[in-house]
Design a protein around this ligand. Structure first.
Ligand code: ADP
Ligand code: MG
Length: 314
């Protein structure tokens, strides 16, 4: 199969939205931008054996490559619109491409994010997705807006993906088989929190998506906002799967495990009741922000170290 046919078959989608003036097929894509909106863009690369285990099903790879990019838009309070795909493949394997493009397209359609272009090359398997979205001008959620007295909230549950990865990579036996399955699903199919993002975007003072672990990502909000936080470890939201573990194991996954793709955000006390009435069942308060705290402490005042995933640290 020629590269041209591959692009035509798997990555040229029908019915582009009206705002796409040129999609896959020319030298570049063209999109119309509405007035009073800002373009928000982010790119993420997933490399086989680094960002996902080599055995990961193709459908999950396609899904996750887009999901992690959409998660960045969710963290900014932006609505996804378009994306491009740079794909490096070791070989042309049609059944792999079929599954990959299916996983990708299903999620893209769910969030009305249209594939407008890309690049296809030969080499070790790697997927880069650049996502583009829109936000009302001046209204993006940043890491830098947390204020003293704000409450700290998180969506979903923490640590599941890392528990799933620990089983796959290290054959960790702490999880029962059903719990393992659940955690692997959370690892392979993270849900970009776009619904929650839309609900909090006018209420949150700062926001980040959790890719490198709660402590590490919280520390980004804190340094961008020049402030500290107190975490209530007893309030960390844990799935039924993680609640079957000893506290020390579930806490390690929840505090330092990567790949959650939940939203971590702060909100003022005044906005809290509105937040809870909108999505109280989808968020958990895990602490508060205070200017007299250095870094992150627990309720007893003990300093918590952030030691999340770092690509250049072994
Ligand atoms: P050029 O050499 O001009 O860059 P390419 O052959 O790389 O052209 O791409 C031709 C068209 O196909 C372009 O519109 C490009 O955006 C699109 N394209 C290439 N690879 C992909 C892909 N993996 N997914 C989506 N579109 C792609
Ligand atoms: Mg090209």
């Amino acid at each position: 199969m020629h590269e041209f046919n591959l692009i035509q078959k798997y990555f040229t989608w029908d019915n582009p939205p009206e705002n796409v003036a040129m999609t896959v097929g020319d030298d570049a894509a063209i999109m119309d931008l509405p007035k009073n909106k800002q373009l928000v863009t982010s790119v993420d690369t997933l490399i086989s054996g680094v960002h996902f285990p080599k055995e990961t099903p193709a459908q999950a790879i396609g899904y996750k490559a887009l999901a992690v990019s959409l998660s960045d838009l969710a963290a900014m309070g932006a609505s996804p619109k378009w994306f491009t795909l740079a794909l490096t493949l070791p070989e042309i394997n049609q059944s792999w491409l079929e599954d990959f493009s299916q996983g990708l397209k299903k999620l893209a359609q769910e969030h009305q994010c249209f594939l407008v272009g890309g690049d296809t090359t030969k080499g070790p398997l790697s997927i880069s997705i650049q996502v583009m979205g829109l936000v009302d001008s001046g209204k993006a959620l940043l890491r830098s807006g947390a204020k003293s007295g704000d409450k700290l909230y998180v969506t979903g549950t923490l640590g599941d993906a890392n528990a799933g990865l620990d089983y796959l990579l290290n054959n960790s036996q702490v999880l029962a088989p059903e719990a393992r399955q659940y955690c692997q699903k959370r690892l392979n199919y993270p849900i970009p929190r776009l619904v929650e993002s839309a609900a909090i975007k006018d209420l949150a003072s700062s926001c980040i998506d959790l890719s490198d672990g709660l402590l590490q990502d919280l520390s980004h909000i804190l340094s961008a906002s020049s402030i500290g936080a107190k975490l209530d470890l007893s309030q960390l939201p844990l799935s039924l799967a993680l609640r079957t573990l000893e506290d020390k194991n579930s806490l390690a996954y929840a505090l330092a495990g990567g790949d959650d793709y939940e939203l971590l955000f702060t909100t003022s006390k005044e906005n809290e009741s509105k937040l809870l009435s909108r999505i109280g069942d989808k968020v958990t308060c895990i602490g508060s922000i205070a200017k007299d705290i250095h870094g992150i402490i627990d309720k007893a005042g003990k300093q918590l170290e952030s030691s999340g995933y770092n690509h250049f640290n072994d």
